[in-house]
Design a protein around this ligand. Structure first.
Ligand SMILES: C[S@@+](CC[C@H](N)C(=O)[O-])C[C@H]1O[C@@H](n2cnc3c(N)ncnc32)[C@H](O)[C@@H]1O
Length: 225
């Protein structure tokens, strides 16, 4: 295993989240969510986004072990969280009936079929092809965008899959889907370094440029210039 230490110097501003820039490199995870939940991510980026955007409330429609909820409670941000495991299908617009007016939605979908979360055919991890995954993801992103307030943002965390040397390019599909749905970036894409991921400790017997990050896009409805 090779380790690289990087020191970043970032511009100062009046931001309430001084460490938040287009590379999220903070190690550790605090007490947010359950590390043992497969596919879980640390809550530190969510914490910084909440500090920066100061939303009046937060929705996570794919909450898994509830990391976003733990972060929201620690910052006293009102939170609603759901998951398919408790019967909420984020790809079905009817699930969102009666919900709405969120200043922030945090969305951390399955990275296609990298981890199978259950046997439910409505689960994004059960999609049997990239096009079917993208079409379900589009439905989820559309549904989330419909419950945003006027100042609302939708943060989507997406990683990638490489199989037999072929990248699925999931973050690029995610951006293209959001763009086609009339969303735009509210800030630079954020490279979230995946400290401690099990894949980082793997050994490959061929030359490889390893992927050690996910990408977080913060979207908002497109504004006219
Ligand atoms: C990457 S995990 C989220 C992990 C989460 N951020 C945490 O803190 O543990 C993806 C989650 O999406 C859920 N999911 C997949 N398809 C769904 C759907 N159609 N509607 C709602 N949740 C879904 C899975 O059950 C899984 O818990």
């Amino acid at each position: 295993m090779t380790t690289i230490d990087v020191t970043l110097t970032i511009p100062e501003s009046t931001t309430p989240a001084p460490n938040l820039c287009s590379v999220h490199a903070e190690e550790g995870r605090r007490d947010y969510g359950k590390a043992a939940f497969r596919g879980n991510c640390s809550g530190l980026l969510i914490r910084d986004l909440l500090k920066f955007y100061g939303p009046r409330n937060l929705l996570d429609p794919m909450q898994g072990s509830g990391t976003a909820g733990d972060v929201a409670r620690s910052l006293s941000v009102p939170y609603q969280g759901f998951d398919l495991s408790t019967g909420f299908d984020a790809s079905d617009s009817r699930s969102f009936d009666g919900l709405g007016g969120f200043d922030m939605v945090w969305l951390h979908p399955p990275y296609h079929d990298l981890i199978k979360y259950n046997n439910d055919t409505r689960c994004l991890s059960q999609c049997d092809s990239l096009p079917s995954f993208c079409s379900k993801l589009a439905a989820v992103i559309f549904n989330c965008s419909r419950v945003l307030t006027e100042r609302g943002v939708l943060a989507v965390l997406m990683g990638d899959i490489v199989r037999r040397g072929k990248s699925y390019a999931l973050p690029f599909h995610t951006w293209a889907i959001a763009n086609a749905l009339g969303l735009e970036l509210a800030c630079p894409e954020i490279i979230r370094l995946s400290h401690g991921a099990t894949s980082n400790a793997k050994r490959y017997h061929f030359p490889l440029i390893p992927r050690v990050h996910d990408i977080c896009f913060v979207f908002r409805p497109r504004r006219t210039p």
